[in-house]
Ligand binder design. Structure first.
Ligand code: PHE
Length: 446
């Protein structure tokens, strides 16, 4: 078996984990969910849930990975040797990685296609209706979204295949700062649009009457998805983190980066939306249809559009590494393949699923589960069922199955850090988080 890798530096750990967290969820989903769910009231709910529920689960997940020092399945086997049932959490994580990465590659593929379109100027002079018609044609062709999704997977696999440090860590250290710079450029440009003031109102002034149980549920699903929690990506990355690192500090950094980038994405997008008096609730279309048509109307819009879709691509690929790594770690450690072979095997499976997801969006496609196509089903089921369920099981394992002493030693590095916060964290994870998750889980799916 190959020697197990580990991240080389603290910045590398944070870049890789923040790279996993910051993704399509921050740049595409978060802004449209804010638009759909009443602006800043949603944001406040989201922040509270991320701090009190998701971040503790992330800490638990990462610490399990570091305790086990293996892939998801191996970790549960080692930590609960006599209770095979817990390995089910590992299986759930593996399946979720496939499910998310397959629809994720389709969206990331769109961002690549939109980079190309922005570069050749094909949005110039077009309004939303024309851009929508073009996009529908693109989707209906079937082969185009499939080709872009596979191209995205090839890029992801090439980088991930060159190793944990040389591929994943190095490119995350490069792409994450670049992403921040691109986003800041976009926000600065948006600042000069006349709709900036109105979008600040929308994003900052809360209307608490908008916080309903549904909004809370949407915020929870989004928060889990955005922080990559509940399926073993953070567990797998945690297994590559040195025993000297403070898990609480790393997670704090990741949480701050994830939240700031989601908020900045809002400040980059909404000013254009308000400048042209567009309803902010245009849903999933916001980024791919509304935005290019707005960019087409402002000066410097073509460059903004290129930068925006490059940004989306960077965000997507660093998240895709972490999803792929769940599978690759499993294949190298449990099936004893070399890293490159493991990446290749995973690629084949993912390319098939991504193809099905992209094709399911063609009009009249038979690739449906119930009333939804495969793509929408994968998106919905992963955020609303698989991640909260995985998160709940991870928390129960951490807080109720493992002895308190064991988790305390892991979180505090044997009493040398995070000792004060441990008590609060343990209380949250043992009582508050499971109850909150069960309540939300029930209302989520009822
Ligand atoms: N966090 C990523 C995003 O916001 C998505 C993701 C989910 C990545 C789960 C890994 C695991 O887009």
């Amino acid at each position: 078996m190959e020697k197990r890798g580990s991240f080389a530096s603290r910045f590398g750990v944070i870049a890789a984990m923040a790279g996993s967290a910051v993704g399509v969820g921050n740049i595409w989903k978060f802004p449209y969910m804010v638009g759909d769910n009443g602006g800043s009231a949603f944001i406040i709910t989201y922040l509270l849930i991320s701090l009190l529920i998701t971040a503790p689960v992330l800490i638990a997940e990462m610490s399990l990975g570091r305790m086990g020092g293996q892939n998801v399945l191996g970790t549960f086997r080692t930590l609960a040797p006599k209770q095979k049932a817990w390995q089910g959490v590992g299986w759930l994580g593996l399946i979720t990685a496939f499910v998310i990465l397959s629809f994720y590659s389709v969206i990331a593929g769109w961002s690549l296609a939109f980079i190309k379109d922005s570069v050749i100027g094909s949005f110039a002079g077009k309004d939303v209706a024309q851009i929508t018609a073009d996009f529908n044609g693109f989707i209906a062709s079937g082969w185009q979204p499939v080709a872009w999704a596979i191209f995205f997977l090839v890029l992801t696999c090439l980088i991930a295949g060159s190793g944990l440090q040389k591929g994943i860590e190095r490119s995350s250290k490069l792409l994450m700062p670049l992403l921040a710079v691109l986003l800041i450029v976009l926000v600065v440009r948006s600042f000069f649009l006349s709709g900036f003031g109105e979008s600040v109102n929308f994003l900052v002034k809360p209307d608490f009457s908008k916080i309903t149980p549904n909004v809370m549920v949407a915020a929870l699903g989004q928060s889990f998805f955005s922080l990559s929690v509940g399926m073993g990506t953070m567990l797998t990355y945690g297994s590559y983190v040195s025993k000297k690192e403070s898990i609480v500090d790393v997670v704090t950094n990741v949480l701050i980066a994830d939240v700031i980038i989601a908020l900045l994405a809002g400040f980059a997008i909404f000013p254009a939306v308000f400048t042209f008096d567009i309803n902010p609730t245009s849903g999933p279309d916001l980024v791919f249809l509304t935005l290019p048509s707005l960019f087409a109307q402002i000066s410097g819009g073509q460059i903004m559009s290129i930068l925006f879709f490059v940004l989306l691509f960077f965000a997507a690929i660093t998240s895709a590494f972490s999803l792929l790594e769940v599978v690759v770690a499993y294949v190298t450690e449990e099936l004893k393949l070399k890293r490159r072979a493991a990446v290749l095997v995973s690629f084949v499976g993912l390319a098939i699923l991504a193809t099905l997801c992209a094709m399911s969006q063609m009009p009249e496609s038979a690739l449906r589960l119930g009333s939804r196509n495969l793509f929408d089903t994968f998106d919905l089921v992963s955020s609303n069922v698989m991640l909260p369920l995985g998160g709940l099981l991870i928390v129960l394992f951490w807080a109720w199955k493992l002895p308190k002493k064991r988790v305390e030693e892991e979180i505090t590095n044997n009493g040398t850090c995070s000792t004060k916060i441990f008590g609060v964290l343990y209380f949250l994870l043992r009582y508050i988080v499971p109850v909150a998750l069960v309540i939300m889980f029930i209302s989520l799916n009822s």
